[in-house]
Design a protein around this ligand. Structure first.
Ligand code: HEM
Length: 167
């Protein structure tokens, strides 16, 4: 049976018109901008999110300026290991006020990480010079580096820790 296309049939006419319309939309897409730019994804890619996603700014911290980032107010939680400041807000269960490692929040956690202890005596008071870690044994330094590796893979590095009088 030979294929025949009868334009006299209404359904064929409708189909042909639809095909012509679709081809025209592909060749000559509408260029007018929508009256209001959508702020969620519906179709196409011309949309703007409601607000800019949160950004993390790399900053220089001192023990005193790091201390407020303890998460006690429900805000961001930062901690430092060997001068590297990590944003550990995502680990609030660990570092929040009721977290097992809450002592480290807003503090230089180097010694505790090296010696595998979350005791308060691992922390240097915030108004004193930075812990030089000079008495640490090689295996303790290696342990601390292991934690830096873990934190680098899991959290965002958001600054460095310097002496209180350095800035
Ligand atoms: C009482 C013994 C301890 C137990 C039962 C314990 C248990 C745990 C558990 C279950 C995790 C979660 C692991 C994961 O989900 O990835 C963890 C992570 C961790 N532990 Fe311990 N821990 C103990 C001692 C310590 C000590 C003494 C330190 C001191 C440095 C320490 C520091 C950490 C840190 C820094 C993490 C990583 C948290 C993170 O990924 O943000 N833990 N621990």
């Amino acid at each position: 049976m030979a294929f025949s296309f009868d334009l006299g049939t209404p359904i064929n006419t409708a189909l042909l018109l639809y095909i012509l319309y679709s081809v025209q939309r592909i060749i000559l897409p509408p260029t007018s901008k929508p009256a209001t730019i959508p702020n969620e994804f519906k179709a196409g890619y011309s949309w703007l999110p409601k607000s800019h996603p949160p950004t993390v700014l790399y900053k220089v911290y001192t023990p005193r300026t790091l201390e407020p980032f303890s998460g006690r107010d429900g805000g961001r939680i930062l901690l430092a290991i060997n001068g590297i400041v990590f944003d550990v807000t995502a680990g609030r269960n660990f570092y929040g006020p009721n977290g097992m490692y809450g002592n480290f929040a807003g503090r230089d956690a180097s010694r505790g990480m090296a010696k595998q202890s979350f005791d308060l005596e691992m922390l240097t008071p915030v108004d004193q010079p930075l812990d030089k870690l000079e008495d640490l044994k090689q295996h303790e330094i290696e342990n601390m580096k292991g934690w830096i590796e873990h934190f680098s893979n899991k959290y965002i590095i958001c600054g460095k820790l310097v002496e209180n009088d350095a800035i």
